[in-house]
Design a protein around this ligand. Structure first.
Ligand code: NDP
Length: 283
């Protein structure tokens, strides 16, 4: 049996559905429009922004990239976000992370209007998510859930273990997996002996940023393994999971590239469309 959870294929399928939906909006002169603010010259950020731009163009969403110098002040970024919040032509606003050290990211997130919060990083929308209100969803976590749904994977009563507790992946994914009736554990850099937990996992998610941290002997035979990690080594990408050896133990596994990455980008576009549609209904 094919063990690969093909994120690229699922993202392709979903983006085609979304494109058809957006075409209707464009016909009604309601093309979704969002802004990505990038501060400084982080090389990985540029790659991610290009991937978003390509997906937005393919689907028919207007993506405006605003590049700010790495010396920009926090007050200037806050002023820009407020301007975008007030612009009725713009349905969504996001800040590409990481930001330079002198910028307080929390203050930027607190400034984004929750109605335009594409990344689900404002306190209001994080709270909504934990209450089960999918006003907007964090793209990577939602992408992983959509992959599991497309493959008809039922998590009821299953043990889910997430390595990584970031605000953008680990924590929101825990909320969504709880909703799927999994019993969820979150591990992090201070967890003593990861294997004690990972070997119990029916679903193991690695969102760490450490190349091939997860080895075969850390995985329960028959588990489902989702690799979120994107690590650049000698000009090629590797995940947080040692794919070749873990694939021999796991029942299903996502590759890197071609797993969670494309799903994240597609899911982000779904959020833009959702926000645009809601704003239009409220006008
Ligand atoms: P962060 O750096 O924000 O978080 C990493 C998490 O991993 C932290 O909670 C950290 O623990 C934990 N961690 C680090 N080292 C270890 C270790 N040795 N053992 C256990 N836990 C550890 O990363 P992100 O969540 O933003 O991203 C994680 C990875 O996913 C990165 O490779 C990133 O590039 C990738 N990514 C991929 C996306 C995609 O679409 N495929 C989207 C977003 C991210 P602590 O909290 O204690 O520091």
């Amino acid at each position: 049996m094919d063990k690969i959870l093909d994120g690229k294929k699922v993202a392709e399928l979903k983006s085609q559905r979304l494109k058809d939906f957006v075409k209707n909006l464009i016909d009604q002169k309601k093309q979704p429009h969002f802004c990505v603010i990038n501060i400084g010259d982080n090389a990985a950020s540029k790659v991610y922004i290009r991937a978003k731009t390509r997906m937005a163009e393919k689907i028919g969403i207007l993506q405006e990239n605003i590049q700010l110098p790495k010396t920009v002040s926090e007050d200037e970024v806050v002023a820009l976000i407020k301007k975008l919040n007030a612009d009725p032509e713009i349905n969504g606003v996001m800040v590409q992370l990481p930001a330079p050290d002198h910028i307080n990211v929390k203050r930027l997130m607190d400034t984004i209007d929750p109605e335009k919060d594409v990344d689900c990083l404002t306190p209001t929308n994080i709270g909504r998510l934990w209450e089960g209100d999918h006003f907007v969803e964090p793209a990577t976590a939602a992408g992983i859930i959509s992959l599991l749904e497309e493959y008809d994977i039922d998590l009821t009563g299953k043990k889910a273990v997430i390595i990584g507790r970031s605000n953008i992946v680990g924590k929101p994914l825990a909320a969504l997996l709880l909703e799927k009736n999994a019993s969820v554990s979150i591990l992090h850099s201070k967890t003593d002996n990861l294997s004690d937990y990972t070997r119990q996992a029916d679903l193991l998610v690695a969102a760490v940023g450490q190349p091939e941290l997860v080895k075969a002997d850390m995985v329960k035979p028959g588990a489902i393994v989702i690799d979120v990690g994107i690590n650049r080594i000698d000009n090629h990408l590797v995940g947080d999971v040692a794919f070749d050896e873990v694939k021999e133990v796991a029942n299903l596994i996502t590759p890197v590239p071609g797993g969670v990455g494309p799903l994240t980008v597609e899911s982000l576009m779904e959020q833009v469309v959702k926000l645009a549609k809601r704003q239009d209904e409220r006008r």
